[in-house]
Unconditional design. Structure first.
Length: 173
């Protein structure tokens, strides 16, 4: 009876550990992490880490695509930020909720964001049209998403390949 109990307890423990390892939240260390990140008016700028390219919206002129790769450290910092803000639990279409009677402003043209993130054989997509100008309050999830966007854009902006791109001619109205 003693050995049988030992084996049963070991089997139950092994099943419990395997179940915990597979519960729905992503690990803090990335594995096979890549993404497509689009941003700007109509989300026309694009970083694609799958292909190692960046496409810049030139507004009135054709877009320009250049090779641009992120380091493992840069990818790790983006992934850690995603885990920190709970990015993987955001809805696929994110929007800021406004209470009835709340004073808001709308901006046109507005910034749009698209993420397609692959990690550990899973895929997460997220769209956000940021057309609301928040007056007098801050939506926490929107603020967290903005901090992620700022991190990614600062990494892109630090790259020599990006800095060598020309400025777009014209602007959006």
């Amino acid at each position: 009876m003693g050995k049988k109990w030992f084996w049963i307890a070991g089997l139950v423990l092994a099943v419990a550990v395997a179940g915990l390892a597979g519960c729905g939240s992503p690990a803090t260390e990335k594995s096979n992490f890549n993404m497509i990140f689009r941003y700007g008016v109509m989300a026309r700028n694009e970083l694609d880490t799958f292909q190692g390219i960046y496409t810049k919206d030139m507004i009135a002129d054709p877009s320009i695509t250049v090779p641009l790769s992120l380091t493992e450290e840069e990818l790790d910092s983006i992934y850690r930020k995603m885990v920190e803000i709970g990015f993987f639990s955001y809805p696929d279409e994110f929007s800021v909720s406004v209470a009835p009677g709340e004073s808001i402003g709308m901006v046109t043209p507005h910034m749009s964001y698209y993420f397609k993130v692959e990690y550990d054989s899973q895929t997460k997509e997220l769209w956000w049209d940021e057309e609301i100008v928040e007056i007098g309050y801050e939506d926490e999830k929107a603020g967290n998403l903005r901090s992620l966007i700022e991190l990614i854009r600062s990494i892109i902006g630090s790259k020599e390949e990006y800095r060598q791109l020309p400025e777009p001619g014209g602007g959006y109205m």
